[in-house]
Design a binder for this molecule. Sequence first.
Ligand SMILES: Cc1cc2nc3c(=O)[nH]c(=O)nc-3n(C[C@H](O)[C@H](O)[C@H](O)COP(=O)(O)OP(=O)(O)OC[C@H]3O[C@@H](n4cnc5c(N)ncnc54)[C@H](O)[C@@H]3O)c2cc1C
Length: 269
Amino acid sequence: VKPAPFEYLRAADVADAVSALAEAAGDGKILAGGQSLVPMLALRLARPTVLVDINGISGLAALTPTGDAVEVGALVRHRRLAEQHEHPLLAEAARWIGHTAIRTRGTVAGSLAHADPSAELPVVALATDATATAVGPRGTRTVPAEELFLAPLMTSLSEQELITAVRFRRPTRWGFAEFARRHGDFALVVAVVAEIDGAVRLALGGVGPVPRRTAAAEAVLAAGGRASVAADAAAAEIDPTADLHGSVAFRRALTAEMVRRALAAAGID
Ligand SMILES: Cc1cc2nc3c(=O)[nH]c(=O)nc-3n(C[C@H](O)[C@H](O)[C@H](O)COP(=O)(O)OP(=O)(O)OC[C@H]3O[C@@H](n4cnc5c(N)ncnc54)[C@H](O)[C@@H]3O)c2cc1C
């Protein structure tokens, strides 16, 4: 299948991109790495009339440590994330995304804006209390990761907003665990542990329509409970559905195991 016809605009700067999106009145789409959008265009699952290419905008590809956080520009590619040393949790998560070709093009902001329920970076964003900077016709706002993901492939961003950067807090302890059937496949379950401001946060992907934190498991850990108890609490707390990959029981068992591994990697038993 070929994409439906669209107009292609190469934005010179952020203001240019925002005004092009505003002019498209809901029918425009940002083109970043194209690793999710282009397949959707080809399958006609997305039919924008205007594509606003942001790859030529300078200043969106910086990775800047800022004290307790790292600010990652919208156009930072997964590959760069995987190779940096400022935020080892982000580096580890990025290494699990697809294959080299995908990591070379795909961007951090594209991953968050695409909001795939099994994607790694949205789970890291939740675990590290990340915030996205979004610019739209009404100005700039800060969107906490907790408020970003609404449904599969749906965020709280308006169709006229552009993420320019994402600020990920740096955890004092962290752990990452993922299970996929084959190397490079989307995850069946992702578990991310991050200690931020002395509290252990636990976020999961692949266990429902959106990535989520696990209040019951976090409460177990805050009360000094064992990792195995927290893992069981996380598995009980999620509400997965059966799919072609396995039953609800399988997904719960996998979740408990991934949480156990992520906690062990963080040095929490
Ligand atoms: C074979 C294959 C395997 C993959 N495996 C994985 C995997 O294991 N894990 C994983 O997480 N991902 C995986 N991906 C997807 C990949 O990570 C994409 O890079 C990512 O989902 C989207 O980033 P992108 O820069 O390519 O965005 P694009 O495809 O360009 O855009 C995706 C969506 O985000 C919007 N968007 C892009 N940038 C912005 C912005 N700055 N502000 C607002 N909206 C924006 C676009 O309009 C579009 O709706 C895979 C892709 C392929 C093709």
